[in-house]
Design a protein around this ligand. Structure first.
Ligand code: FES
Length: 347
């Protein structure tokens, strides 16, 4: 990694275009008051995109002014990350990975092509089309060696296919992103070595999908032929519906038991009929709270049962059982013993 300095020749000024300024304002609004500096990286990247691929000194100062930061703080960010170019670059900016896995797979041969075709690192080719920079691992080691050109990755490079890639880019011809050898994503270069039963040696089959289609087809065909099967399927689906009536009765029973225990409301005095509010200091309210025993709250708040804190806590760890009445399902919508919550559930 070389020392990163600002370019010697700088423009006189920089400001965001009205469209980019609107974008910048949106980014800043993402952060809480006093944390606007967190938008610095996004703003630097936008400035680079607007400024033909590099960040100038006036751009750094403008961003610092917008974010209320000292200039040196923004300069530190811009010089730390290689994603920010501090001097003009070619139309196609190439980031060449020179880290060990890529080097073991022939990156030095790719570097030789760059030096031959573009010139020394940091320079711009005579036609203005290319410039390049050596960077650390770009995270595509499985398809090494590779380069990033502007925003895209080009992988499985050889001196030959890389030469052709540069020819096509210079001529404005369409190029293939990703692997240059036809490899699918990061599968083994010679085709699949596992799961070939399902996906085929070339990875183009998908037996899971085929079986799924066949399965659906079989069910549909059988149902078409036999109306009784359709009825049976519908009956099965109906039976598997959850029993909402019983669930509501159980819920109402639990709520009433809690209310009876003095857990019906935040102050223990104003419990709703269904008793569905959780008391302050309950296990359910605090998860691990142990410093505010429920019994103490009840005594202070004048709840019906001013019980021993320890025994009350014990009782909370045991889910209250629904009453026999609720078990029989007698507590339903409209019943004076059921709260509004129960009515909602059974509606
Ligand atoms: S080492 Fe080159 S992409 Fe990781």
């Amino acid at each position: 990694m070389t020392v990163r300095r600002l370019a010697e020749i700088q423009p006189d000024s920089f400001d965001f275009t009205p469209e980019n300024r609107a974008w910048v304002d949106r980014q800043i609004r993402k952060y809480p008051e006093g944390r606007q500096a967190s938008a610095v990286m996004a703003l630097l990247r936008r400035a680079q995109q607007q400024n033909e691929g590099w960040v100038s000194k006036p751009a750094i100062e403008r961003i610092a002014d917008i974010l209320g930061m000292p200039y040196i703080r923004v300069l530190e960010v811009a010089t730390f990350y290689t994603m920010y170019n501090l001097k003009p670059v070619g139309k196609h900016f190439i980031q060449f990975c020179g880290t060990t896995p890529c080097v073991l797979r022939g990156a030095n041969d790719i570097k030789a092509v760059l030096e031959r075709r573009v010139g020394p690192m940091d320079g711009i080719s005579a036609d203005g089309n290319f410039s390049w920079l050596e960077v650390e691992c770009l995270g595509a080691c499985c398809n090494a060696p590779m380069v990033q050109i502007n925003d895209d990755y080009y992988e499985d490079l050889t001196p030959e296919n890389f030469d052709k890639l540069l020819d096509d880019l210079a001529a404005g011809r369409p190029v293939q992103r990703g692997s240059q050898t036809g490899r699918r994503t990061s599968e083994p270069a010679g085709g699949l070595t596992s799961l070939t039963t399902w996906y085929g040696a070339d990875g183009t089959e998908d037996r899971f999908a085929t079986l799924h289609e066949q399965d659906n087809e079989a069910v549909l065909t059988a149902a078409d032929r036999d109306p009784a099967l359709t009825d049976a399927l519908e009956a099965r689906d109906t039976q598997s519906e959850p029993n909402h009536g019983r669930a509501a009765a159980e819920k109402a029973g639990q709520d009433r038991t809690q209310a009876d225990m003095g857990h019906g409301g935040l102050d223990g005095q104003h419990a709703p009929a269904g008793g569905n509010a959780r008391p302050e200091g309950s296990v359910a309210d605090t998860g691990t709270r142990t410093d505010d025993p429920v019994g103490t709250n009840q005594i202070e708040s004048g709840a019906v049962h001013a019980s021993d804190p320890a025994s009350d806590s014990d009782r909370q760890e045991q889910p209250p059982k629904p009453s026999a009445e609720a078990d029989r399902g007698e507590t339903g919508p409209g019943s004076p013993k059921a709260g509004p919550d129960a009515a909602d559930k059974t509606a």
